[in-house]
Design a protein around this ligand. Structure first.
Ligand code: BJW
Length: 245
């Protein structure tokens, strides 16, 4: 199967953990995934963080360390090639925080759940900053800037947990793209469970806009029956074939 692309097609891509799986980054909900052995509420919610910041920092520090040596795969690269063909008629929204799309060379990228290699203060308005540190177990990283003004505050990873709004500007940027595309919109979701909102609703947004939706996933995702086309398989194999000219 080929993705139907004509001179006015706008392609909105949504990626999830599945696209990075073949680079060696574990997914969340699959067997052996990131959340195996973890209570999701404890490591992926603001409440879990404030209850036990050291536990949550250990989880994210281990993920930072595990990214060493990880490189993009053929799935990421196929999306770079597609963007080169489409230019501003392409937008890539990723739920992944691993930075692999940017590392591959994608440019029009919205990291809707933040980035693992950034941190921010839990209190002050200091902008989020690049931070690759895998903090030592038992040591809470502190802001430092707050200290100069009185009491110091704990840092947190610059990621989006359950119950938090997605990254500022992500939804307006997607909305602008969808509005510009109208019925020329082709939505392509890749490697995602279809369980987490608002991303899981983009397929419905596409339908309302009059566009067409495609899913590439190893298995039928939770929202698979809302897609027009479903391709079951590995992203690294299916995407190059789907984008062939
Ligand atoms: C392959 C493959 C290969 C493997 N090739 N495929 C509407 C309805 C119901 C609930 C809600 C709703 N709106 C909001 C909610 C609440 C909540 C939510 O969605 N809950 C549901 C669980 C019910 N959503 C939120 O809270 C969101 N915030 C929000 O909506 O804010 C509103 C608000 C406004 C104003 C004020 C306050 C609030 C935020 C969601 C944040 C999610 N965060 C996480 C953690 C990020 C940091 C981190 O990485 O640790 O994001 S949770 C986790 O799930 C992570 C992921 O990005 C996300 C999705 O996971 P994904 O990518 O789908 O991974 P998997 O592992 O589940 O699936 C991988 C898939 O790939 C599998 O299907 C495999 O088969 C497949 N696969 N190998 C192709 N090679």
């Amino acid at each position: 199967m080929r993705l139907p692309i004509s001179s006015n097609t706008h392609v909105l891509v949504l990626t999830g953990a599945g696209i990075s799986a073949e680079s060696g980054v574990p997914t969340f909900r699959d067997a052996g995934g990131l959340w195996e052995g973890h209570d999701v509420e404890r490591v992926a919610s603001p409440r879990g963080f404030f209850d036990d910041p050291l536990l949550v920092w250990r989880f994210y520090s281990e993920r930072r360390a595990a990214l060493t040596g990880i490189v993009p795969n053929a799935g990421h690269r196929a999306l770079v090639d597609l963007e080169a063909r489409l230019g501003d008629r392409f937008l890539l929204v990723t739920q992944n925080i691993d930075g692999l799309h940017l590392a591959a060379g994608s440019q029009r990228v919205v990291e809707i759940h933040g980035n693992l290699m950034r941190s921010r203060c839990t209190r002050c308005d200091r902008p989020s900053f690049a931070d690759t540190t895998a903090y030592r177990a038992g040591v809470a990283p502190m802001c430092g800037r707050c200290k100069q003004r009185g009491e110091d505050s704990i840092l947190r990873p610059d990621v989006v947990w359950f119950g938090e709004p997605v990254v500022k500007d992500a939804l307006p940027r997607i909305e602008t793209f969808v509005d510009a595309a109208g019925a020329h919109l082709v939505f392509l979701a890749i490697g995602t469970s279809g369980l987490v909102y608002p991303s899981a609703s983009f397929v419905d947004v596409t339908r309302r806009a009059g566009g067409t939706s495609w899913l590439v996933n190893l298995e039928a995702s939770a929202n698979a029956d809302r897609f027009d086309h479903v391709v079951l398989g590995k992203a690294s194999q299916e995407l190059p074939a789907l984008f062939a000219t």
